[in-house]
Design a binder for this molecule. Structure first.
Ligand code: NAP
Ligand code: MG
Length: 510
């Protein structure tokens, strides 16, 4: 191996190809099973679903199509493990040690996890290696650290009553984890870490389009010694397995990431059934505000990088760009050049910068929204047409001449599509914030400016769960979640952890 090979990554690429071939062989031999109470077994109905490679459309694995019967068994197992098993009663330091061991086990296999996620969800290996994997591991380890720091309080007394008052923070119980296909590994780990640190037991229902990393995480949970029934994995469709969890009378919390439409139906199901708690991380249509003093080169690079990350299938991606009029043309030129330079290929191909979309249905939906806006007068400076041939590829697309009522500006497209609109050079902070806030969503606003006064004024006015100033991305310790129809509750750190606990107040008289 020459030092030149090491520098160019040629060796890594050769190893990837061999490892990918082994992975494909293992997946095609993998039995379509669910993980329930420590045992792998087929769905009660015997039904299965095919899982495909979005870069080719070829089937790579079969999974069990779990339904309400399987959910019944999995929730019962999780309840037994919670009520009778050791997990919630273990010393917190032992729970922490097991979570650290799980993180180590995942890290030892991180090469394989990256390939698995790339093959299943379509994303570039580089983005998974730099993003999902380290972020997921940091999140899991952060929650492992929190396991020993969950505490109640002994408040000051306000009355003359004799005795003592205190409150406990207890695990909430059985948690359903329902996740989307766009960041399957990361979403499962974030929720699992919080649930397990708090002492809960779980049933994971991954998206049927990218379920493979969740199954492997389940396997490693058993391998590092988590007791049977603490982590159960039920693959299957949202309508069968997901809905059954949302309706289930013995699930205490559903931690959901996905679309606003399904989030709404989960909240309704929770209300109809047992008033289970809900945490909903939903869609977004995040604004990017580029002010007159912005570093335009940096801003353009970051805007392109974010919209091509996961082929635009990233809930927090800035997709509605508003730029001060005097910078409009210069920004468009930079965005177009950046988008045209993106290398599109299968996620696991050497040098890939952007992979395919997850499915033909998602790509058709994106095309429909783009076409609708083009018919209403928008113009595509680049992209705008699905790439012909195998796989679900869609090119980076830059739309100008858009108006605020157009579907491309209003709807979450979940594809690498940017809309760009100018605002007057003398617009006030209130007027600029009104553009950002002109959406049902409120997940992650981006702001490009070095003028602290403007920045602070806009931060105060923007309706969003998160405001990112001058670039940057996911942080495992910063609360994440949306306002308005982007969701309900927050994830990460002790703020995220609190959703997995319930408070019990105690008045102890003598
Ligand atoms: P989705 O269609 O809402 O599905 C999410 C999960 O819910 C999947 O596991 C799905 O199962 C399941 N599901 C579907 N219908 C259900 C029902 N009636 N009851 C219970 N569960 C049901 O979302 P997606 O298309 O997978 O993901 C894309 C969406 O996720 C986008 O809107 C994106 O913005 C959002 N997202 C948000 C965040 C965030 O943190 N805010 C992060 C990532 C993604 P099946 O797919 O197997 O049918
Ligand atoms: Mg897949």
């Amino acid at each position: 191996m020459s030092s030149n090979e090491l520098l160019t990554g040629a060796v890594a690429v050769r190893d990837d190809a061999a490892e990918l071939a082994r992975l494909r062989a293992d997946l095609s031999a993998q039995a379509p099973n669910l993980l329930i109470d420590g045992h792998w077994r087929p769905a009660a109905s015997g039904a299965t679903l095919d899982v495909d490679d979005p870069a080719t459309g070829a089937v790579i694995a079969r999974i069990a199509a779990g339904d309400a019967q399987d959910v019944e068994h999995a929730v019962a197992a999780a309840r037994r493990a919670f009520r009778d098993g050791p997990w919630p009663r273990l010393p917190a330091s032992k729970r922490a040690a097991l979570l650290f061991a799980l993180a180590d086990a995942i890290e030892r296999e991180q090469g394989r996890f990256a390939l698995l996620e790339s093959l299943d969800a379509g994303h570039s290996l580089a983005s998974i290696r730099a993003g999902d994997l380290p972020l997921g591991l940091r999140s899991l380890r952060d929650y492992a650290g929190w396991a020993t720091k969950i505490a109640g309080e002994v408040p000051m007394r306000s009355s003359e009553q004799a005795g003592m008052d205190y409150f406990l923070r207890e695990p909430i119980g059985v948690v359903a984890i329902v996740t989307p296909w766009n960041a399957p590994f990361l979403m499962v780990l974030q929720k699992l870490g919080a649930a397990l640190a708090a002492g809960c037991t779980v049933v994971i229902k991954p998206a049927e389009l990218a379920p493979l990393s969740a199954l492997r995480i389940g396997e490693l949970c058993a391998r590092v010694g988590l007791p049977d029934g603490v982590v159960n994995v039920v693959t299957g469709t949202g309508l069968a397995a997901g809905q059954a969890l949302a309706e289930h009378p013995d699930v205490n919390l559903i931690s959901f990431t996905g679309s606003t439409q399904v989030g709404r139906s989960i909240m309704a199901a929770a209300a109809r059934s047992n008033l289970k708690r809900v945490v909903l991380e939903l869609g977004g249509k995040s604004p990017v505000l580029v002010l007159g003093d912005a570093d335009l080169d940096r801003a353009a690079r970051a805007i392109v990088a974010e919209i091509v990350f996961k082929s635009g299938q990233y809930c927090a991606a800035g997709s509605r760009v508003y730029v001060q009029a005097s910078l409009h043309e210069a920004l468009l030129e930079r965005l177009r050049a950046g988008m045209d330079g993106v290398r599109i290929d299968a996620g696991y191909a050497a040098g890939c910068e952007m992979g395919p979309m997850i499915s033909q249905a998602q790509r058709e939906r994106a095309q429909e929204i783009v076409d609708h806006s083009l018919a209403e007068g928008a113009r595509a400076l680049t992209g705008g047409r699905a790439r012909p041939g195998a796989g679900y590829f869609y090119p980076p697309t830059l739309l100008t001449g858009v108006e605020s009522h157009m579907r491309a500006v209003r709807e979450e497209i979940f594809a690498p599509v940017l809309t760009v609109m100018p605002f007057a050079d003398d617009a006030s902070a209130a007027q600029i914030a009104a553009l950002a806030n002109d959406s049902h969503y409120g997940l992650s606003a981006k702001l490009w400016s070095r003028d602290l006064r403007n920045v602070h004024e806009l931060i105060g006015r923007i309706e969003s769960g998160q405001v990112i100033v001058n670039g940057g991305g996911g942080e495992a310790t910063l609360p994440f979640g949306g306002v308005k129809q982007s969701g309900y509750g927050r994830e990460n750190g002790h703020v995220g952890l609190s959703a997995f606990t319930e408070i019990k107040a105690v008045r102890l008289g003598y």
